[in-house]
Ligand binder design. Structure first.
Ligand SMILES: Nc1ncnc2c1ncn2[C@@H]1O[C@H](COP(=O)(O)OP(=O)(O)OP(=O)(O)O)[C@@H](O)[C@H]1O
Length: 613
């Protein structure tokens, strides 16, 4: 296929930028000293000097993460010393909020560190997808970070590179502090004078080179809490010089909508004078962590969607008269996009905290763009295609080093059933939750366990309730929709194969607000689906290739004919090239996004071809 019209002279071939040579990692890795063999699993990602893979202990079946550093990266003595120092500090640590190091060994090619697997990536990906999170979530994550820091400081260890990307998440969304590459131990009142490498959230005393200690970690935690709550770093600017100048002058502002305890804690942690900053112990007992919601756990869906903090026992629906204005506890349902009342039992809090969290979640959903990021995605794909992308081989693009697996979507549609000639389209998400987009543009969603139900009116007003609360007097229209949802669910469970089978999954949760199908249509060659979290999915009928594009991660994932998942950042494809086959699909996707935009709100295109119920 021609990439340039024949009339134009072809522009010079874009240079292909070669990345650093990736390590050669055998499929079977031998830890000779312990007599253990590991099978190399999926590629997890790469950092400045390490590549990370899922490893499976052949004899125990245990799955872990394996950091691989090629020996060619450790030629100089100082590089080897740094690595040994990092591992020496890290391997001694044992705390629920610190990534566990299991072993450290080498073979002729590489050095390996086996680590506790953090399958849900890091707070950096959460931040990219969500920007500002709600205060209960910020409290939940930051408290765990502080617990880890308190443990380290008690052992006289400074981490010195606390940042979102070093705060990993396991499948239960427990925070695990990792990457001890800049960590050091402190003797007595010693002030450290040198720091190799640049920590992300650099404290003023490090910039001023006047000696630093534990307080640099507290400064970084202040930056982390700020980013979680307000969606951007406190001293961010267009240039590094300007950022450093702002740090030196303590030039940052706290948005007016911040709660008093949050604002006060941030001010204390971002004090320009290190000695005035609270210790980890003082932060740990700060009032911010003692008031307001503190969820004991968060659902996986909060990596991409604002969570909900309660149920709506008083169902309201267009064309359905609300049954009473207050629930059994005398709580009035909120009007707006979220109507919440009864709280899950594991959240201990008072009414005022509860309503505040509800309000915050509602405000956050109002901040989501009306087009669910479609125009943003269109611009990204259009920009990518405006460039002359270097053509590369498909197999080259399938190599680990080429991919960015951290950008894999949290949710995609793994099954769908088109019954729009009568009712609507039913679908299953990759976590086994199911939803229906009805022909009247209302939506319904049920989590995997079949407990948590979300009903979204045509006007986008959301109602959450537990299936246990569904009584005999459920309004007839809704009862019918629930029956249809269950029908779709059993049909999909019985009949269809799941796309992307084998990927990480987790059961739904009572705080989960799952993404729902917003708009869809079918063409002769594909079905196009747009989820409310911004993901656009295109399933091609002829060869069963699927593509998912995420505007927030600025990335695309292909599930190819061999069911391989290949994830690429748009800017990586732009710089390093794109196989012709994917380019062709991206061009098609651009037209499809345009059509989604012009279709606006859920106009169901006439169906043509493909599977149909
Ligand atoms: N314990 C883990 N579980 C799952 N994935 C991990 C784990 N540790 C690291 N990763 C993944 O591997 C990638 C590379 O790891 P990391 O960033 O720690 O490497 P690095 O080269 O030491 O980092 P840096 O460039 O920050 O010095 C990370 O982006 C992350 O996606």
């Amino acid at each position: 296929m021609n990439r340039v019209p024949a009339t134009k002279p072809p522009p010079p071939k874009a240079p292909v930028r070669k990345e650093k040579a990736p390590p050669v990692v055998p499929d079977l890795i031998n830890d000779k000293d312990r007599g253990t063999q590991y099978e190399k699993g999926r590629f997890l990602g790469k950092g400045g000097f390490a590549h990370c893979y899922e490893l499976r202990n052949k004899s125990t079946g245990e799955i872990m993460a394996g950091k691989v550093v090629p020996k060619t990266m450790l030629v100089k003595q100082y590089q080897r010393d740094k690595m040994t120092q990092e591992v020496q500090i890290h391997r001694e640590l044992c705390h629920p909020n610190i990534v566990k190091v299991f072993h450290f060994f080498e073979d002729p090619l590489n050095v390996y560190i086996t680590l506790e697997l953090c399958a849900r990536r890091s707070l950096m990906e959460l931040h990219k997808r969500r920007k500002a999170v709600t205060e209960p979530e910020a409290r939940y994550f930051t408290y765990q970070v502080v617990e880890g820091v308190l443990y380290l400081h008690n052992l006289k260890i400074i981490h010195r590179d606390m940042k979102l990307g070093n705060l990993f998440l396991n499948n239960d969304l427990v925070v695990k502090i990792g990457d001890f590459g800049l960590a050091t131990t402190v003797e007595g009142d010693e002030r450290k004078k040198t720091l190799c490498g640049t920590p992300n959230y650099i404290a003023p005393e490090v910039l001023n080179k006047c000696g630093h200690s534990f307080e640099v970690d507290i400064w970084a935690v202040g930056c982390i809490l700020y980013i979680l709550l307000f969606g951007q770093p406190p001293f961010e600017s267009k240039s590094l010089e300007e950022t450093y100048s702002r740090i030196r002058h303590n030039n940052y502002t706290i948005p007016a909508n911040a709660s008093q305890p949050a604002a006060s804690l941030i001010r204390k942690m971002l004090d320009p004078v290190p000695m005035r900053r609270p210790t980890a112990k003082e932060v740990h007992r700060d009032i911010f962590f003692r008031t307001g919601f503190m969820p004991t756990r968060l659902p996986v869906s909060c990596l991409t969607m604002v969570p909900k903090f309660g149920h709506d026992t008083s169902i309201m629906e267009e064309n359905v008269a609300p049954r009473g204005s207050a629930d059994a506890h005398g709580h009035r349902p909120l009007t707006g996009r979220t109507a919440l009342s009864t709280l899950p039992p594991h959240i201990v809090s008072n009414n005022a905290d509860r309503e505040k969290a509800q309000q915050q979640a509602a405000e956050a959903t109002f901040r989501e763009p009306d087009d669910a990021y479609l125009s943003q995605l269109f611009r990204q794909v259009a920009t990518l295609l405006d460039h002359r992308l270097p053509a590369i081989d498909e197999e080259e693009a399938a190599q680990d080093d080429y991919q960015s697996p951290e950008c894999l979507p949290v949710f995609w549609i793994s099954k769908w059933v088109d019954y729009s000639d009568k009712y609507g389209i039913g679908y299953q998400l990759c976590d086994n939750s199911v939803g229906v987009l009805f022909n009247d543009n209302s939506r319904i969603m049920l989590d995997e366990a079949g407990n948590e139900l979300t009903y979204i009116e045509k006007s986008n007003k959301e109602h959450y309730f537990s299936m246990k609360d569904c009584r005999d007097d459920t309004p007839q229209v809704l009862a019918k929709k629930i029956t249809l949802l269950k029908y779709f669910r059993s049909y999909m469970n019985d009949h269809l194969l799941k796309a992307g089978e084998g990927a990480e999954q987790r059961a739904g949760d009572d705080l989960a607000r799952l993404p729902t199908l917003r708009v869809w249509f079918r063409t002769k060659s594909a079905i196009v689906l747009h989820l409310s979290n911004g993901t656009v999915q295109v399933n091609f009928f002829n060869d069963h290739v699927k593509m998912m594009m995420c505007p927030l991660m600025q990335a695309v994932t292909f599930i190819d004919q061999n069911k391989r998942m290949l994830t690429y950042k748009f800017n990586h494809l732009q710089r390093n090239g794109c196989p012709e086959k994917f380019l062709h699909r991206l061009k098609y996707a651009k037209t499809m996004i345009e059509r989604l935009m012009s279709d606006g709100g859920a106009k169901l295109a006439p169906s043509g071809g493909g599977s149909r119920r």
